[in-house]
Write a protein that binds this ligand. Structure first.
Ligand SMILES: *Cc1c(COP(=O)(O)O)cnc(C)c1O
Length: 422
């Protein structure tokens, strides 16, 4: 596998951008491959290598790259202009569809990223309750803003320690951390800070450190505890939305939060975020209420057109039923490979999310940290040489798209077999 062109580009990039990249996870050591073209389940890099893509831009590309229907609808939108600064009918049509699919969403606002969506959701919860503290699950990722960039400390309810330089201590101290799959920890936090907690924000399935699935009764228990204490429950479904089911994890598990954040898939590969929830919460958002949220690119017509086209294809072709059962088959095949190896690795996932954990299947963040990270990275590099692009971290979920063929998957399984053995 030649990589001279990528290596040369990275030398220039390093002088111009921190770490040579526009987002940290892309800084694959010793240098990333630069993509020149994408189609279906494949990426081609500037050195002419063809890769089967299981990263899929970290989630949005559920139909694969350059899906013809999305392209056609985006081009049709471009022909009518791409930014108006005034409402377009498209936002009503997509909002209607989303509200019909998500039991928690009566009203919503379109923003540009998942980060913006969770930032707005927390502000709405704080504005609605008049409380400052939030509870966040360890290992949950909600984008890159101050309130949620707080990492695990030990103990059930540790006061937050900033996970990034530049996060004010006064912000971080309002973020309480609890381990996933542990109801008594949430109960303890809500009891200790009774009347001070605005929201519990969580990924219903931990997608950024796993996937790690909720144990039986966990989500129901969180719902019960938050309701009892008047705490706003926010499900961050930026990964699980339009993936576990069209109505996300809340429909799959039949647990209805107060607010939901969406992103990734519903932009069809264009920037988008959605914050939605119960009417009485959402009506407090400006201009109907006093909680401010605004954006030049909110409801960007190209993103909405791409999202609408994606939803049309997902619904019309019943994509998720097929894709999720192919996910089951893939996980089964990987489990067989892992079992034959006898190394104590595990296969985790749900729907179109999968991953080999180099260690026991974790049930929370602390357990996930116990895996063999260096071993995984060495394996990742070998897979890349075999023409298979997995996300470069043990903690990022791998995704299967509707565009991956049986041949692609068989070739991938062969690569898993030989590289794991090596
Ligand atoms: C990716 C992600 C985000 C952040 O979305 P961006 O569009 O990258 O800002 C938030 N929450 C979850 C669960 C995510 O996976």
């Amino acid at each position: 596998m030649s990589s001279d062109a990528s290596s040369k580009l990275f030398e220039v990039a390093k002088r111009l951008m921190p770490g040579g990249v526009s987002s940290p996870v892309r800084a694959i050591s010793p240098y990333p491959f630069y993509v020149s073209r994408a189609e279906g389940p494949y990426l081609w890099d500037v050195d002419g290598n063809k890769l089967i893509d299981y990263c899929l831009a970290y989630g949005p590309m559920i139909l694969g790259h350059r899906h013809p229907e999305i392209m056609e609808r985006v081009v049709r939108q471009l022909e009518r202009g791409w930014l108006y600064g005034t409402p377009s009918e498209l936002e009503i049509r997509l909002a209607e569809r989303i509200a019909a699919l998500y039991p928690s969403i009566d009203m919503l606002r379109f923003v540009n990223t998942g980060t913006e969506a969770t930032m707005a959701a927390l502000r709405i919860a704080r504005g609605y309750t008049g409380r400052d503290r939030i509870v966040k699950v360890e290992g949950g990722f909600h984008g890159a803003h101050d309130s949620v960039l707080v990492k695990a400390g030990s103990g059930a309810t540790t006061l937050g320690i900033p996970d990034s330089l530049g996060v004010p201590k006064d912000t971080a101290k309002n973020t309480l951390l609890v381990p996933y799959n542990n109801l008594s920890a949430i109960e303890a936090a809500l009891t200790e800070f009774d009347g001070e907690v605005a929201a519990v924000i969580m990924e219903p399935v931990l997608g950024n450190i796993g996937p790690i699935l909720p144990e039986k009764g966990y989500l129901e228990g969180v719902r019960r505890l938050t309701k009892d204490q008047g705490v706003v429950l926010i499900f961050d479904e930026v990964i699980t939305g339009f993936r576990l089911s069209l109505g996300g994890a809340q429909t799959h598990y039949n647990v209805v939060p107060d607010m939901t954040t969406l992103g990734k898939i519903i932009g069809g590969g264009f920037p988008i975020g959605v914050v939605g929830g119960r009417r009485e919460l959402m009506e407090m958002v400006a201009p109907s209420g006093g909680i401010y949220q605004a954006g030049t690119f909110n409801g960007s017509p190209t993103s909405l057109a791409a999202g609408m086209a994606t939803l049309d294809v997902l619904e019309r072709e019943k994509v998720l039923e097929r894709l999720n059962s192919r996910g089951d088959n893939l996980r089964k095949a990987l489990s067989d490979i892992v079992e034959d190896l006898g190394l104590g690795y595990s296969v985790v996932g749900i729907a179109s999310m999968f991953k080999i954990f180099f260690g026991d299947a974790p049930k929370n963040y602390v357990e996930a940290l116990n895996c063999d990270k260096a071993g995984y990275f060495a394996f990742f590099r070998r897979m890349l040489k075999s023409g298979v692009f997995l996300p470069p971290s043990q903690f990022e979920t791998n995704f299967l798209s509707a565009a991956h063929s049986e041949d692609d998957i068989n070739q991938t399984l062969e690569a898993y077999k030989s590289n794991l053995r090596d």
